[in-house]
Design a protein around this ligand. Structure first.
Ligand SMILES: [Zn+2]
Length: 282
């Protein structure tokens, strides 16, 4: 019994020494990391093939720099790349659709405001015309009254004028109703827009940082990304960690701890390259 136990211990020791050599002592770039897709959540809306293509192209910047093959997609490999659904991704998708709605609402507001302005112009023009005609009519009536009344012919002219003025007045009131309706619509859309903005800001309240992904050297977990460009940079970044590279303190670098517009293009900076050379002892 004892013997068996000793043998087992030796066995375990041998295994752990090998493990230490394989994972720690051997420089990260001296072997090809074979990877496979592990968890794959459909809710991200991409296909497995799409992810594989992106992974394969995320290998390129590192492999070109080191002039050696570092990563290889091999189905069944132990090293998994996991696409894991997160609250943050849900938040991001929600934010994107809110943004789309805001754009549509903005377009409606622009249209309504354009229509409002031309309705106001029509209303003002009609009101000015009406006033001029009304004044003319009142002058005529005063004139004929001072003469003790209008002759028959003139009387019917005045009566026609009075009718035209009445029609004009009802036209003006319908133009005014149109103006008010458009103002109402505009206010409703603006209110809608503002509450959308508030909801959006709430989703991305200042200081909220998304955990995009991570790796412990035995797997890569992807939790959230906004669009293909970000996915690409994120994969290059995590591959960098797998090569033993830490974060670099430069916003434009792929290995910067944050994804920003500056490093989204996924191009290695001089800092990234220096970090690779150090880690891989190139
Ligand atoms: Zn990182």
């Amino acid at each position: 019994m004892k013997l068996v136990r000793t043998i087992l211990l030796y066995g375990a020791l041998a295994v752990s020494i090998f493990f230490l050599w394989d994972n720690v002592l051997r420089p990260p770039c001296s072997r090809v990391v074979e990877y496979d897709i592990g968890v794959f959540d459909e809710r991200f809306g991409i296909s497995r093939e799409f992810l594989i293509t992106y992974l394969q192209s995320a290998e390129i910047p590192w492999e070109e720099q080191s002039e050696t093959e570092l990563f290889r997609y091999v189905p069944g490999s132990d090293f998994k790349v996991n696409l894991i659904w997160s609250e943050d991704q849900e938040r991001l998708f929600k934010g994107n659709s809110l943004e789309e709605n805001l754009d549509i609402t903005q377009t409606s507001i622009d249209t309504i405001q354009g229509r409002y302005e031309s309705a106001v112009t029509r209303y003002e023009r009609a009101a000015r015309e009406y006033e001029t005609k009304l004044m003319q009519y009142e002058r005529d009536v005063t004139y004929w009254n001072s003469k003790g009344g209008a002759p028959e012919e003139q009387y019917s002219v005045l009566e026609n004028q009075a009718n035209t003025l009445e029609n004009k007045a009802s036209e003006i009131s319908s133009l005014l109703a149109q103006v008010n309706k458009l103002a109402d619509d505009n206010n409703k859309y603006v209110e809608n827009y503002n509450s959308g903005v508030a909801e959006y800001n709430d989703l991305f309240n200042p200081g909220h940082e998304f955990d995009a992904g991570n790796t412990d050297g035995t797997e890569i977990n992807i939790y959230t990304y906004d669009g293909n460009q970000e996915l690409q940079t994120l994969l290059i970044h995590e591959f960098g960690h797998v090569l033993g590279i830490d974060h670099v303190d430069d916003e434009k670098s792929v290995m910067y701890y944050l994804l920003s517009d500056q490093n989204k293009k996924g191009k290695l900076s001089t800092y990234d390259i220096a970090a690779l050379q150090l880690s891989c002892k190139l």
